[in-house]
Write a protein that binds this ligand. Sequence first.
Ligand SMILES: [Zn+2]
Length: 280
Amino acid sequence: MNKELLKYLYTTSGTVDLIKKVPNSDKEFIKITKKIIVYELKYIKYLSLYKDIIKALKIGYKNAYLGYLHPAEGINRFILERYSLSILIKNATNIYKKVLKNKDWHRMVDDGYVIRYGGEALGKIKKYIDKKEIDKYTIYFAGKPVCENHLKWNDYSKEIKYLYKNLNIRPDKNIKCSFCNSKAKYFTIAMPKAGALISLAYETINRDPNFMLKLYSNLSRILHPYGFMDLERKKVFTAWARDLFMIFLEINKVLDPENFNMEGKSAYFLLKYFINEILN
Ligand SMILES: [Zn+2]
């Protein structure tokens, strides 16, 4: 395989920083990339939001192949988000799936039910239950306490009494409604922003979120703040594939830790695994 390509796949630095050094992809690399994507479906199908991810992979591939860097990398970011949300849904609550289905996510964010970063959510949970665990009950404490009058999102709320009972913890009697200061009766769940989403999802699997957060901010930087970057079609495919492979490798490490136990985090390791284990 093309040495220059391999060298690029070995890097984990930000795409924007490397943009002048991205090598052209060749036919062989495009072919292998396609095979890897098909292979990855075997893992992705276990994620709760797999349908979104599969659709995204098709659109991402098409855009990268045609040389559209920004939409292709935007799709990578979407895949990363959907994967993280799938982890949170599986290990905490599938209420988020319902919120997506009902298209209430942005409405709740507009109403202020939002988690801006992981530390904010964990701090709130700790405040109410003195533990930093995330499960189907504790996740509500990262939201907002509301009284009977201010209960707007009934479907996404739980009675405080019920939550404490299930956690086997003595209830905190001084929880006030965040809108009027009278006694709160419910907690309404909040929607995590991307960074918070990654942190909370990784908290549920006891894994350091830093690499995923780094990948996320890398992808965000391609889209903002520099705007459009001119990159030749064959280079776009390489840049996109490297970033996608890093996401895949991380997903595989989480879903199949036995086979993906290598230290390395770069796209190169995914490719190497694939060539050794699958093609041979
Ligand atoms: Zn109130």
